[in-house]
Design a binder for this molecule. Sequence first.
Ligand SMILES: O=C([O-])CC(=O)C(=O)O
Ligand SMILES: [Mg+2]
Length: 234
Amino acid sequence: MGHVIVTDIERADAATIDALAAHGVATVHEALGRTGLAGVSLRPIQDGTRIGGSAVTVLNWPGDNLMIHAAVEQCRAGDVLVVTTVSPSLDGSFGELFATALQHRGVRGLVTTGGVRDVADLRSMGFPVWSGAVNAQGTVKATPGSVNVPIVVGGTIVRPGDVIVADDDGVLCVPREEAPSALAASDARLEKEAASRVAYRNGELSLVRNGLREVLADLGVSYITQAEYDNGRH
Ligand SMILES: O=C([O-])CC(=O)C(=O)O
Ligand SMILES: [Mg+2]
């Protein structure tokens, strides 16, 4: 495939995206059958921010941010810009000027395998970023790449229009077609966890609640239960 800028991408339903974002990365990841995580090397530059949005993807040449300039025009309110390079590069290809332009368009944040700079400004602007590095090393605008093609981020495929959820736990990609089922499974998981939370507040053991004594027994692990211990002392 040559270099392309694809404009007519499909996006998931906005309410579904927002509901997935509210669940957060860990819950939706579990609901997806423990798939979709974009690795551990993308770290948030801020604390306590959770976003969801529709992916606009960028494939840059290393040391070059030409295609981010092109991608800004393709971004709409509710999107998340997702950037990688054709070979590994941690150069600082993104900063507060890009963030200013994206904020104007209602973009919810940036995910990049590359580096970002101007991070104090990005934080004070409230523009959320997950990146492979903080790096003041700048880039040029000289080499073509693509916008809105499938890319690989932390071992996970991100296609334009997939749903990105990102928070303090990392970055997750939900394939667009799976967004409704991922939401239903996340809702179910939330209910199950709420019941477990009440049980644990009341002192119930996860070993008992989850049938794990049987698992330990099957694995041949011997131990003294609390009841046995207490009885032995009386
Ligand atoms: O301009 C650049 O190359 C990246 C940057 O620092 C900004 O967006 O502010
Ligand atoms: Mg700058």
